[in-house]
Write a protein that binds this ligand. Structure first.
Ligand code: ATP
Ligand code: FE
Length: 373
């Protein structure tokens, strides 16, 4: 049984055909990143227009590469939540029309569930496992207990870490840096941090006095912005020109983001252990999302998983970011279990905001777990 997966929730138009074992028969991806990099952020109407222009070709290409005729598909799986309304609408409309045309089942997909489960396509990972998803739009910790069974332990209270890194990079005008002109904010900061000394411009790790697993990056960005302003005055340069200490700021920014993520994750692991939420045999932390490709952040999490006896799994970068493959895989998992399979004529609507699973963040906060120093 073959599944066509379609993703348009943000700024990537993706499609893929998978078989029931998770083998990728064909895929295609059109990224809008370059366009949005130039405008300094995603303009929803522009994203929608680009999805419209590319979706047909991307889906055709995935099908052609797979050599699969639409008639052989078992189902069409498409992201319907959460995401940008205008972007979600394009994928949903296209998919439902396609499913009706070819009389195929339709499987609505939760984008974050798909991120969380992608690892199972690559290697055997039994439920339950802990997952940390960190990207441009999200930051969350959850226990994955089944294909449609998640416990939410923590989420972003303001902005997501990838967004913070992108905004700091923009504030530092890293696009003008000869080594960074084509890199995303996160990539630019990782690269520059290698030659920086974080101790020269230290930042406070967020939420040191809040003993839960939620994330906050807005305060950190404020600390960073104030420092940049001060340095610009000291160096006598205008906003928009490169500071001489960009490497130090990059190193300290990256370190503080890593430290915040690691501490929240450490607490989540202790909460899971105290409440028997993870198996005693081979408990696992899965790290995914665009920010997960950061080696410094991975290292920080490795220290946490080593000290708590978990194994850390991180899918290769191409499976950490948005694509059609992860959506198709979620469709495969749902098809196997017969969960959320709709007939093509059911009208489905998209949901820009959609929580992942059962919200346990209040319970986590009430437990007020202190980390060992
Ligand atoms: P979402 O998946 O939540 O809808 P998104 O599409 O913005 O959001 P991704 O494509 O998964 O997310 O990831 C993009 C983000 O990852 C960007 O914010 C980018 O700066 C960040 N990123 C990419 N590479 C790195 C890196 N090496 N270090 C840190 N951050 C990175
Ligand atoms: Fe995503």
């Amino acid at each position: 049984r073959l599944v066509l997966g379609i993703e348009t929730s943000c700024d990537d138009t993706g499609a893929a055909v998978l078989d029931e074992t998770g083998q990728i028969l064909g895929e295609s991806l059109h990224s809008q990143k370059e366009v949005h990099l130039r405008t300094g952020g995603i303009i929803p109407t522009v994203a929608q227009q680009l999805h419209r222009e590319h979706i047909e070709r991307v889906v055709q290409q995935a099908l052609e590469r797979s050599g699969v005729e639409p008639s052989r598909l078992a189902a069409v799986a498409t992201t319907v939540k959460p995401g940008l309304a205008l972007s979600l609408a394009v994928g949903l409309r296209f998919s439902q029309t396609f499913a009706r045309q070819h009389n195929k089942s339709f499987i609505p997909i939760h984008h974050m569930e798909a991120h969380a489960l992608t690892v199972r396509m690559l290697q055997p990972v039994a439920f339950p496992f802990l997952v940390l998803l960190v990207s441009g739009g999200h930051s969350l910790l959850a226990v994955a207990r089944g294909v449609d069974d998640f416990l939410l332990l923590g989420h972003a209270l303001d902005e997501a870490p990838g967004d913070t890194l992108d905004k700091v990079a923009r504030r530092l005008s890293l696009i003008k840096h000869p080594q960074c002109s084509t890199l995303s904010g996160g990539q630019a900061i990782e690269l520059l941090a290698k030659d920086g000394d974080r101790m020269r411009v230290p930042f406070r790790t967020p939420m040191g006095q809040t003993y839960d697993c939620c994330f906050s990056f807005a305060g950190l960005r404020n600390q960073i912005n104030m420092l940049i302003k001060k340095k610009e005055a000291e160096e006598g340069i205008e906003q928009g020109d490169l500071l001489s200490c960009v490497n130090d700021i990059a190193a300290s920014t990256q370190h503080t983001v890593a430290s915040h993520l690691a501490k929240r994750t450490h607490r989540a692991i202790l909460f899971c252990k105290a409440n028997g939420l993870l198996p005693s045999h081979s408990p696992t932390l899965v790290l995914s999302g665009g920010v997960a490709s950061n080696q410094y952040i991975r290292k920080a999490l490795t220290i946490i998983t080593d000290t708590t006896g978990l194994r850390l799994l991180c899918p290769p970068a191409k499976f950490c970011t948005d694509n059609g493959v992860m959506i198709a895989w979620n469709g495969v998992e749902r098809l196997r279990e017969g969960k959320g399979i709709l007939s093509p004529d059911v009208d489905v609507s998209y949901e820009p905001k959609a929580q992942l699973g059962v919200d346990l963040t209040a319970e986590v906060k009430a437990a007020a777990i202190r980390l060992p120093s």
